[in-house]
Ligand binder design. Structure first.
Ligand SMILES: Cc1cc2nc3c(=O)[nH]c(=O)nc-3n(C[C@H](O)[C@H](O)[C@H](O)COP(=O)(O)O)c2cc1C
Length: 168
């Protein structure tokens, strides 16, 4: 049994819920999983496999997720690492692939992480704070664009790869 770390960083709970669903699928495949806010992860020593997910805000990753990668580059290079980000909202959001922000792309390359996956996000005007963000959250971009079946399929794929790596 492998313990997988699923670390998430967001503002309004949407990314945490994705991390929880990813964790659920990994557990269903027999892995032990620690699901943690990236801000609470000091090091990754205990985990042979790591998933890090961030919400996208203004085309950037959340600081705590970037910090987790920055502070653990050497250890992560020795581990299986998957990255995802969640953000696109509005019609067609589920099909949008967003490239990693440049600084995160550099870290991903140093770590030799798997290709990053983009999941749609959730924009709920009731949860968003600030005048400008609230304006953004209105109209056709408002709503929940997280495709749970895609998220679950991706998580199962991660789980299978963790299993096959461990049994090598
Ligand atoms: C102020 C603001 C800026 C955002 N910027 C981006 C962005 O640059 N790219 C993107 O794909 N989504 C963007 N989003 C959408 C969020 O990433 C999406 O709502 C996500 O699900 C939020 O996750 P959270 O609930 O974990 O904070 C933005 C949302 C807000 C409110």
């Amino acid at each position: 049994m492998t313990t997988v770390l699923v670390a998430y960083a967001g503002k309004n709970g949407g990314t945490r819920e994705i991390a929880e669903v990813v964790s659920e699928e990994l557990r269903a495949l027999g892995h032990a999983v620690d699901t943690r806010d990236a801000a609470d992860v000091a090091d990754v020593a205990a985990y042979p496999a790591v998933v890090v997910g961030s919400a996208l805000y203004y085309s950037r990753w959340r600081r705590s997720a970037v910090r987790l990668l920055e502070h653990n580059v050497a250890a992560l290079r020795e581990r299986q690492v998957w990255l995802f980000h969640s953000g696109p909202c509005g019609p067609g959001a589920a099909l949008v692939h967003v490239s990693l922000p440049a600084s995160v792309a550099l870290l991903a390359a140093s770590i030799d992480a798997e290709r990053t996956t983009t999941f749609g996000g959730r924009l709920d005007p009731a949860l968003v704070r600030g005048v400008l963000p609230r304006l953004m959250a209105r109209g056709s971009r408002a709503g929940d664009f997280r495709d749970w079946e895609r998220i679950r399929t991706w998580a199962r794929d991660v789980g299978h790869r963790v299993s096959s790596h461990v049994s090598l």
